[in-house]
Design a protein around this ligand. Sequence first.
Ligand code: COA
Length: 157
Amino acid sequence: MNYKVEKLKVNYKTLEEFKKFKEYGLQELSMLEDLEANIIENDSESPFYGIYFGDKLVARMSLYQIEARFDRYFEPAQDYLELWKLEVLPDYQNKGYGQSLVEFAKGFGLPIKTNPRVKSKAFWEKMGFEPVHYDMERDLGENPLAWFPAGVKEQTH
Ligand code: COA
């Protein structure tokens, strides 16, 4: 099953939908403040993608492209995607929403790095993600996983 993935705009409706997700935090609050203070316009671009069931947002992720010159993970350094805040609302889990979002991210053809929550490790393994070689200083408190498009050298430092 492949669900339609949409790029989410920053507006009051989207931010209201975000409140249903467990990983609602500083990033969302600052988007709301910026919107209220007119620092950002209604319907401006956000790093979030989501899937709707009817008009209800049931799954989302944030996807951000990191330029090679800031890369601290791959050897040789390359552009990659940082995926975070992947979350499916409880009633909609295990129906393919999470996988649809991950596959959408893979479609950009860049390596993807993520920091999974402890409980979702098995899901990421199923999606073909592998542990990044651990660097104590860099990864303190994190357990980064990565996925590589076919043909990209699978090497991390
Ligand atoms: N552990 C192991 N496998 C998992 C899994 C998990 N926690 N969640 C999903 N899978 C498997 C599914 O069984 C499915 O396998 P299949 O293709 O063989 O049927 C595959 O991964 C794709 O699953 P999907 O339906 O796309 O998963 P999802 O839409 O529920 O998204 C999460 C996965 C983890 C992003 C989502 O469940 C979520 O946000 N969970 C919230 C919190 C959390 O991490 N929960 C973990 C369980 S407590």
